[in-house]
Unconditional design. Structure first.
Length: 744
């Protein structure tokens, strides 16, 4: 059995117990929206110990029918039983209080408390004996406690009908076994009473009795060893326990209730006379209070107890409204001031209410210290009728340690597979993403076929695009081969949602598995390339690059005209300024396109390998740079002769290569600006140096032949403007983030 398995209307949540060959699970009853317990046995496990599958099925059916026939309020009720494949199961009431054994280990039990616990069990056991049913395995781990620590007799798996000749001797647990059973005789109701007496000894002393390093009943059966009891026990209590565990069955009490009545006789009932008075008939009665504070506290207690009883730690329905919870919290969060204490069940209910209403959540979470209890409460809250409560439960489960086997992922997957709220589904997908292992290779399954299949279903068919994308990206990041194969099959059938999902998955991984048809993989690659490239970021980059080009080229032309024009021309015609503006604005569109193609393919095309997208940027940027400088050669220099191709193309590619390489390697605007500027300087100055050396007559730009300083200045100006202003959006983003951090 694994979490998430469905048995009729019950869905397994997590394993909460293991004993012998049986495992006990908590489960959700989807019809009645409550938590139940399911006891399971694998028919194929240890047949040499458990008998044939037919024997096991018969015992399971006998146990269920025995409990159903007894119908006692303190015999653990069952709801149904049956067989699912190789598993036998009994669906029972959920007992969140654990076992009596755990209670004994957790806290000391005095005689009065032992009587309180034993009385309902004694009545249940006596009913079984009246109906001729011998339990044969009375022990503290077979006594289960509800949310209010009320005890229930459970596990009738070894029970038989009194006088059954087929009943095997020696059945039961050694520490509780009566001497006659140890000697090989079949047990009867008096053997049950002996085990009941041993359990009372355990309750009052903290453990089953021992003598000489072994279970006391072994010594008693072989040598009539007296029952070892601590001196702290009252003499009368010891007498009752000795008679209950007498060697001879005839010397024992006639019933379990008789044992409890004998214990009651050993203590004097005590009642406080505070706030008591006599009524007209002379009987004591409680004085009514008129204190407003006490009346308010009484109301809070009534609301609390009513809600606690109804919820039953998940076995019932949670019914505590926000205003009532806040009212109760005003008293119980300051319990010391009101002399109030909460047991574990009460703390769990207050945490459940805090999750439900989002009020004092951290405070009540600290009150429930056990991780297993926090997890159980959050898992139960997943069935809340309030979407925000389910959302808070998922958020808490994201950070809580899981059980073994893991229960959280499959439980959350079963919730988000049908949850009507998109925000809850998104949170559930995020939890699954966080719970999965980080891998670099495709895995057959990430969690299991149910969870991976749920993610595939959400990715392809969820009505909310945000949920669908989150599920798809989780599949990609966690490399679920199973989910991708499902999506590939749906995509091959023309499912648009599956195709969108594969695009989102491909955005997270270097390549889709080869099990996806090649035609679909190619279509996804092209579609993702278009999506990655044609973004708002591309338009923003084009605008910033156009501004940079207009400023850089405009000032460069203005500067060059001032260097070459006469003073009269400057004063009369204002040619430097006019030409600077005209050439700056006129060439900005093509220079901006050149810069965009040199930068963005390398930065945006994540579907491509790093080397291929850098190479694409180099080629596109270099070609556009070549075209620009050829146009500039004709329009600015009026040179229509055949160009020296090597000294046009080579420096043009060098002009843009810094942008292409750095954009493919980093997102840092400083490094990209410096690298791009270095390429600009290198391309321009290499071209100009070749011109000065008379190697070529075709420099990219004509600089200042009379001044190396001016030439370098021209190059640096274009490097700074084109290199830094082109990355203006990144600089603005850095300033904003720094301002926000400073404000925080």
């Amino acid at each position: 059995m694994q979490p998430g398995r469905r048995i009729q209307q019950y869905v397994l949540i997590e394993q909460i117990g293991q004993g012998g060959q049986a495992a006990v699970w908590s489960a959700e009853d989807e019809q009645l929206r409550r938590t139940v317990a399911i006891k399971t046995i694998n028919l194929k496990a240890a047949p040499e110990l458990m008998g044939t599958p037919e024997d096991q099925a018969r015992r399971f059916a006998n146990e269920a029918r025995t409990i159903a026939d007894l119908e006692h309020p303190y015999i653990l009720p069952i709801y149904t039983f049956g067989q699912d494949d190789d598993w036998l199961y009994i669906v029972m009431r959920y007992m969140p209080g654990g076992t009596l054994r755990k209670l004994i280990q957790r806290e000391p039990i005095d005689v009065a408390r032992a009587i309180e616990l034993a009385a309902p069990l004694a009545d249940a056991l006596d009913l079984a004996h009246v109906r001729k049913v011998v339990h044969r395995d009375i022990k503290s781990v077979n006594i289960l406690l509800d949310a209010q620590n009320r005890p229930y007799l459970a596990d009738f798996g070894l029970s038989v009908t009194a006088g059954d000749a087929s009943a095997q001797s020696g059945s039961g647990t050694l520490a509780y076994m009566s001497p006659e059973v140890i000697r090989g005789k079949p047990g009867d109701d008096r053997s049950d009473l002996y085990s009941f007496g041993i359990m009372l000894v355990e309750m009052l002393t903290g453990d089953t009795p021992t003598a000489g390093g072994q279970h006391w009943n072994l010594s008693q059966a072989t040598g009539d060893e007296p029952l070892p009891l601590p001196d702290s026990l009252a003499l009368g209590v010891g007498d009752v326990l000795r008679r209950a565990t007498a060697l001879d069955p005839a010397d024992r009490y006639a019933s379990a209730s008789a044992i409890v009545e004998a214990l009651k006789a050993t203590i004097e009932p005590e009642r406080s006379l505070d706030m008591l008075t006599l009524d007209d008939d002379g009987f004591l009665q409680l004085l009514p209070t008129t204190d407003p504070a006490q009346l308010a506290l009484n109301k809070a207690n009534d609301l609390f107890m009513t809600a606690l009883e109804a919820w039953a730690d998940g076995a019932g329905r949670f019914r505590l409204y926000a205003d009532d919870f806040k009212y109760i919290d005003s008293f119980y969060s300051a319990g010391e001031s009101w002399d109030l204490t909460l047991d574990d069940a009460g703390k769990r209910m207050m945490l459940r209410a805090a999750i439900e209403h989002g009020y004092k959540l951290e405070a009540w979470s600290k009150q429930v210290s056990a991780v297993a209890e926090q997890r159980a409460v959050a898992l139960q809250a997943l069935t809340s009728e309030l979407p925000h409560a389910r959302l808070r439960a998922i958020e808490r489960l994201t950070a809580i340690d899981d059980s073994t086997p893991p229960a959280i992922p499959v439980r959350v997957a079963s919730i988000i597979a049908k949850d009507p709220d998109a925000e809850v589904r998104r949170a559930g997908v995020a939890l699954l993403d966080a719970r999965a292992k980080s891998v670099t290779a495709w895995q057959p399954v990430v969690f299991d076929t149910f969870i991976d299949g749920t993610l595939a279903e959400l990715a392809a068919h969820d009505a909310d695009r945000g949920v669908a994308e989150a599920a798809a990206r989780t599949i990609g990041r966690r490399r679920s081969h199973y989910a991708v194969d499902q999506l590939g099959g749906w995509a091959a059938g023309g499912g648009p949602g599956a195709l969108r999902a594969l695009i989102n998955i491909r955005d997270e991984v270097p390549a889709l598995p080869t099990s996806v048809p090649a035609s679909i993989r190619q279509w996804v690659f092209l579609a993702l390339s278009r999506r990655q490239f044609f973004t708002r970021e591309l338009l923003t980059r084009y605008v910033s690059a156009a501004i940079a080009a207009a400023i850089g080229i405009g000032v460069f032309v203005f500067w060059r005209y001032r260097e070459t024009a006469s003073s009269a021309s400057i004063l009369v015609d204002n040619l430097p300024l006019t030409n600077g503006v005209e050439f700056g604005l006129g060439n900005a569109p093509i220079v901006a396109l050149m810069l965009v193609l040199a930068i963005e393919p390398a930065a945006l095309l994540r579907a491509w390998s790093r080397g291929s997208r850098i190479a694409l940027s180099i080629v596109l940027g270099g070609l556009l740079a070549t075209i620009f400088f050829l146009i500039y050669r004709v329009t600015f220099y009026n040179n229509g002769e055949t160009p020296d191709w090597f000294w046009i193309v080579g420096p043009s590619f060098l002009f843009t290569v810094g942008f292409a390489i750095s954009s493919g390697l980093t997102r840092s605007p400083l490094i990209r600006a410096l690298s791009g500027g270095a390429g600009i300087v290198a391309g321009l100055y290499v071209s100009w140096a070749a011109y000065l050396a008379e190697i070529t007559l075709d420099p990219l730009l004509t600089l200042d032949e009379s001044s190396i300083a001016h030439s370098i200045g021209f190059c640096l100006w274009l490097a700074v403007t084109l290199g830094f202003i082109t990355f203006l959006p990144e600089w603005i983003g850095l300033i904003r983030s720094r301002t926000q951090r400073t404000a925080l």
